[in-house]
Ligand binder design. Structure first.
Ligand SMILES: Nc1ncnc2c1ncn2[C@@H]1O[C@H](COP(=O)(O)OP(=O)(O)OP(=O)(O)O)[C@@H](O)[C@H]1O
Length: 481
């Protein structure tokens, strides 16, 4: 290792350093929570640029969100500036799968079905497009098995259709395979999908789930384009690999080609997006995609963020779970370690178990509140923001009831994903006031006859009616004078 390499990653621990320096061939980095995954990725990219002479435009870096992409760009720029190196990162292929695939489609548009200034649909545009053309689908043999009967109405039928069409493109299922299926409904779906593709083509449009689908087709159908891209993109890196789906894996493997300079980073313990077609199979089986011993595996196991008690709790809890079905394992065995150094001496992880399930909800809520109050009274809690609850789903009735109970008892709750925002009285009244101020709203929103959306009931019943009832109260009379 040269002196400059040492300066470059002076802070890196031995596992991180191993991951940074492992540039060639397939690499799997299993990064536990808070283990410096982003730090390692940044250093690896900087190392490739500064020590391996790789041009930024030869790097393809995939993140899971636009926010993560922005953070990574900032951290790389800062790191390069710190080292006194000037590079233009704009040329780097850095972004989400969707943004990178869209860029590929734009760069190589003449090889795709898209023409200049194509329209990109969001989900609403896509449904509206289907809604306007639902007649074309109704005419297809057995279409009602996919879109539902005509009595449902055009809007509901277009919603069903959209769901199925997106599944086909998200999973990159070959329509010819669907068309040859023994099940009549699958064959009907194939016909709907082909029709939809024709309509998109005619209208020079692309929908969100079609971005990856079209990019995959481009790479599969145009060997010249693929060869050019392979020549250009020499190092590939993917963050949050446990959240990728099959189509994304196919795109990556195609781009990686024979060089296979593909580094994937993730944590099989943090797979979140199974409902979107993501499969932790991708990360678990990544090493098996290559010949025995070809894929380097590095595990980042030092956690720089949490107290050792929390880490111990995590390790114990993970150990108690079953991770195999007898023949296959669904987890890479690992143990997270706390960083070295001092930690405050206070309890950080407690486990409460309750066996009393009589009148469970009331007792449970009251016990949680009592516990919070004790912590508050003892001075251990100085701000309600120091408390976090983790649940499988915040929309679960039991959880919503807990939030309501705590709010009623004066403990404010922030739970934006539970839809409780729109149930708050002040929010309902505010929306009601806006509808009151713009009486043309109900007419404007119905862009075609017979169209209704479930949310309108909420506007009309929960917001507008609530607001006018409030307004009619005698104490509010002066407002109308
Ligand atoms: N080798 C190291 N020595 C000291 N601190 C480190 C080291 N590596 C990472 N850190 C610190 O650990 C913290 C977490 O790092 P980073 O944000 O890169 O983690 P991460 O693994 O991406 O986190 P997440 O769990 O959110 O995915 C940061 O404050 C970072 O500076």
């Amino acid at each position: 290792m040269t002196a400059s390499t040492v300066t470059l990653q002076s802070k890196a621990n031995p596992q991180q350093l191993e991951a940074i320096l492992a540039t060639d061939g397939p690499v799997l980095i299993i990064a536990g929570p808070g283990s410096g995954k982003t730090f390692t990725l940044v250093e690896r990219i900087v190392y490739l640029i500064t020590h391996k002479g790789v041009a930024p435009e030869s790097l393809l870096v995939v993140t899971f969100t636009d926010k993560a992409a922005r953070e990574l760009t900032t951290r790389i720029s800062n790191r390069l500036a710190e080292l006194g190196i000037q590079f233009n990162l704009n040329e780097m292929y850095l972004g989400t799968f969707h943004s990178i695939c869209l860029r590929l489609l734009e760069d190589y548009r003449e090889f795709t079905r898209l023409k200049r200034s194509f329209t990109l649909f969001d989900q609403f545009d896509q449904q509206y497009f289907l809604y306007q053309r639902i007649k074309d689908f109704r005419e297809l043999p057995d279409a009602q098995l996919v879109i539902g009967g005509d009595q449902l109405g055009r809007w509901a039928q277009s919603e069903n259709l959209l769901k199925w069409l997106n599944k086909v493109s998200e999973e990159a299922i070959d329509p010819a395979t669907l068309a040859a299926a023994p099940e009549v409904e699958i064959r009907a779906l194939a016909a709907c999908f082909n029709k939809y593709q024709d309509l998109l083509h005619e209208n020079n449009s692309l929908d969100f789930s079609g971005i990856q689908y079209e990019a995959l087709r481009l790479l599969e159908m145009c060997p010249d384009v693929l060869a050019q891209l392979r020549e250009k993109l020499t190092y590939l890196m993917v963050d949050e690999y446990q959240d990728t789906n099959t189509i994304q894996e196919r795109i990556l493997l195609l781009l990686a080609g024979d060089k296979r300079n593909l580094c994937v980073v993730g944590d099989d313990d943090q797979g979140l997006y199974r409902f979107r077609g993501a499969t932790i199979r991708n990360i678990l089986e990544f090493p098996a995609l290559f010949d025995e011993g070809q894929c380097k595996r590095v595990t980042l196991s030092v956690n720089y963020r949490s107290h050792p008690d929390i880490i111990r709790f995590y390790n114990e809890w993970m150990r108690e779970q079953t991770w195999d079905d007898g023949s296959r394992s669904f987890r890479f065995a690992k143990q997270i370690l706390p960083r070295e150094g001092d930690f405050p001496d206070m309890p950080t992880a407690l486990r409460l178990t309750a066996t009393d399930n009589k009148d469970e909800t009331t007792n449970w809520h009251a016990e949680v509140l009592a516990f919070l109050k004790v912590l508050n009274a003892s001075g251990k809690l100085t701000d309600w923001n120091q408390v976090a609850f983790l649940f499988r789903s915040v929309k679960n009735e039991k959880v919503v009831k807990l939030a309501r109970f705590l709010e009623a008892e004066g403990v404010p709750v922030f739970s934006p994903r539970s839809n409780m925002f729109f149930e708050r009285e002040e929010i309902r009244l505010m929306i009601g006031a806006l509808i009151f101020l713009f009486p043309q709203f109900p007419k404007v929103r119905a862009w075609a006859e017979g169209v209704t959306l479930p949310i309108w009931d909420y506007y009309d019943q929960q917001c507008f009616t609530a607001f006018t009832t409030e307004l009619r109260k005698p104490e509010n009379k002066p407002l109308l004078d």
